[in-house]
Design a protein around this ligand. Structure first.
Ligand SMILES: *[C@@H]1O[C@H](CO)[C@@H](O)[C@H](O)[C@H]1NC(C)=O
Length: 434
């Protein structure tokens, strides 16, 4: 087995386990009769930390991943089981949309799993939640329509979410709302203000937040993995390949590399193969949240999976286009990553990846770059593998010193982020005939 096959085999086994875990985190729960069907808990952990809640945004992203499994369902039993989960999620959504007296309306960040509102003052609104949910529900409505099933409840839920007012000024929020916007002129206005306004030429990356009003005093660099997550979750293809996004990914890798001691380890064992590993990535460099309180921040499983996914999707996008117009951001990212895994042969091929160069399908350099992006994504996939327990249990974070799991156990989003990266890797490996 090659290193590449080992990473693939691990990722496949992890994804299968992850699917079971994700579905186990959606009510009904055997140990909690009060939970409303369709409630997606962030984690079954009810203390240190207590994550036993439904965050609107997380739940929508996780359900978006579950939707992706529908088309790949091997038989109708499986498909019906998944549809039942999604139908429950629609019903849960309709329930919380009908609640009265919410402090932030539909922007309420989270709910109890029994469907009641969470009432504590520290919980900030998340105005991107309804937009993200609308996107997931719109995809489910299309699935239902294709299957000639009733879409009334799903469409009603979407309509409620889209009526929720735009308020935030975060890059993530704007991009999510942009995708969900019903009104073309508003969408154009948001798109026009996005990249130019959030691009910080002095720092050389896209900043996460524009208005520094409230709650972000410790994010001095304003460099945050949520920019990458926004592009992965809601960006169009041209945004995924924007030079500014590549610069931001490189800025994240450079910022986190020296921050976490575990990044000094550069190889790991995956199913008996020694493979190179990339940088473990957290939320933002100044983070002090340790998963259960404040001390030092740690790398996050979902953030590192996102870096893997970014590389795989780049390769898929270039394959689909049949060409790569190399921009400075891509060239720099490739150059920087070379120190982690490139062979001399790679280095020769990659010399062609210069700003302004055009690589076309059929050329050795084009194929070389695609394979290199697969191997680059695998650096981060293997990093996730290193810090995931042998029984496939994932946590929210990994200790920056020891690499062992920290924070919420079985974090639903950790499994979903891995599943999403693995799906892209599988598509890429198939496209390359590997
Ligand atoms: C349907 O597929 C699942 C795998 O997702 C499998 O476990 C199950 O046995 C299959 N059921 C039938 C009836 O073939």
């Amino acid at each position: 087995m090659s290193a590449q096959q080992a990473v693939g085999a691990w990722a496949q086994a992890q994804a299968e386990y992850g699917q079971r875990r994700i579905l186990a985190n959606v009510a009904p729960f055997a140990d909690d009769r009060a939970a409303l069907a369709g409630a997606v808990c962030a984690s079954p952990s009810r203390a240190h930390p207590d994550y036993y809640y439904v965050w609107t945004r997380d739940a929508a992203l996780v359900m978006g991943e579950v939707l992706e499994w529908l088309d790949a369902a091997p038989n109708s039993t499986r498909r019906h089981a998944l549809e039942q989960v999604l139908d429950d999620y629609v019903a849960f959504t309709r329930h919380v949309q009908g609640l009265r007296g919410l402090a932030y309306g539909l922007g309420e960040a989270k709910f109890h799993v029994d469907g009641s509102p969470f009432r504590a003052s520290w919980c900030n609104p998340q105005h991107d939640g309804p937009a993200i949910r609308a996107l997931t529900l719109a995809r489910y409505a299309r699935h239902l329509a294709r299957r000639a099933r009733d879409t009334t409840a799903t469409v009603a839920a979407i309509t409620r979410d889209l009526d929720h007012e735009a308020r935030g000024r975060r890059f993530y929020t704007l991009l999510a709302q942009h995708r969900a916007q019903r009104y073309a002129d508003a969408a154009a206005a948001i798109a026009a203000e996005m990249l130019p306004r959030f691009w910080d030429a002095g720092r050389g990356y896209i900043v996460a937040t524009l208005d520094h009003a409230g709650g972000i005093g410790t994010k001095r660099s304003n460099l945050d993995v949520q920019v990458l997550l926004a592009v992965l979750h809601h960006g169009a293809d041209h945004q995924l390949d924007a030079p500014e996004v590549a610069d931001t990914v490189l800025a994240l890798l450079r910022a986190f590399e020296p921050v976490y001691a575990i990044n000094q380890v550069v190889r790991t064992d995956v199913l008996g193969q020694s493979v190179p590993i990339g940088v473990a990535v957290g939320r933002y460099p100044e983070d002090v949240y340790n998963g259960d309180g404040s001390s030092v921040g740690n790398p996050w499983s979902l953030a590192t999976s996102a870096i893997a996914e970014y590389h795989y999707r780049h390769a898929l996008q270039y394959l689909a286009a049949g060409r790569v117009h190399v921009h400075a951001g891509l060239a720099q990212l490739v150059l920087w990553t070379q120190s982690f895994h490139a062979s001399d042969a790679d280095a020769k091929l990659l010399a062609a990846v210069r700003p302004g160069a055009m690589l076309r399908a059929g050329e050795r350099e084009f194929r070389g770059l695609i394979h290199y992006l697969l191997a680059s994504g695998d650096l981060y996939m293997a990093r996730v593998s290193r810090h995931t327990a042998n029984d496939h249990t994932m946590y929210e974070q990994w200790s920056r010193y020891t690499g062992y799991g920290r924070g919420a156990i079985h974090l639903t989003w950790s499994y979903a982020a891995h599943s999403s990266a693995h799906r892209r890797r599988t598509a890429l490996v198939q496209a390359l005939g590997l």
